[in-house]
Design a protein around this ligand. Sequence first.
Ligand code: HEC
Ligand code: HEC
Ligand code: HEC
Length: 174
Amino acid sequence: MKKIYLSAIVFILLTFIFYINSDLSQEKSKYQYVGVEKCASSCHNSKKIGSQYNVWKSSLHSKAFTILSSKKAKLYAKNANVKENPLRSKECLKCHVTGGELDASYFTATYKKEEGVTCEACHRRKFITKTFLPKEKDCLKCHSDSVHTIREFNFKDKCSKIAHPKPKEKPQEK
Ligand code: HEC
Ligand code: HEC
Ligand code: HEC
């Protein structure tokens, strides 16, 4: 009888420890944004791999934050009844900055909102070591009307405008 009592206690204890543990590991596995410089310095600024950083830098995504200081931004904000400065309003930041709707616990010290829409806005999720490639629905999170109208979005066309592929394994020399 005593034995059953004891194993019940041990069982409850183990369940409790397991519960706490899984809760903590979940907290640990929360994705934290590192910012674009990390991607550039870790390898995505080399020709061999496709200079993705340079391509991104010359795209409008790298200016998505600074555009919020323009006259047009003030006008959009006014029309949307947003009273705050667009540079600080989550109503604008959620599409104009990577992780713009999140609180500080989601960012490492290297993250900068000034970088705008960065690599991690599109490649955040990872499947073991393979980089996640975005689908149309990942773009539509931002490329759909909300507080202002946007241009029509054709996935293929828009992808070609921002294309930054890895070079083919064996480039053919002519
Ligand atoms: C606005 C979204 C977006 C941003 C920002 C973005 N990418 Fe991409 N990236 C894509 C899309 C779309 C593809 C092509 C996916 C496909 O081929 O299916 C791609 C492809 C790639 C590939 C090629 C993968 C392969 O297997 O050929 C690499 C590498 C890459 N991106 C790295 C980066 C880096 C580094 C940055 C930041 C400097 C960045 N991307 C910023 C959307 C984005
Ligand atoms: C986090 C929000 C966000 C995501 C996700 C996103 N974009 Fe954008 N994109 C923007 C913003 C904001 C601008 C405008 C920036 C500016 O004008 O300074 C923009 C501009 C563009 C432009 C240039 C303007 C235009 O409409 O022709 C292209 C092309 C584009 N994005 C393609 C894509 C594609 C393709 C994807 C998905 C693979 C994607 N974007 C995902 C926010 C996003
Ligand atoms: C649902 C996502 C989303 C939200 C929210 C959003 N924007 Fe945009 N914004 C975009 C996209 C995408 C573009 C790219 C332009 C296009 O494709 O038409 C853009 C472009 C712009 C431009 C560039 C000028 C232009 O018309 O191309 C300005 C300025 C701008 N937004 C200001 C704002 C302001 C100010 C707010 C907040 C009041 C805001 N945006 C909220 C997605 C968004």
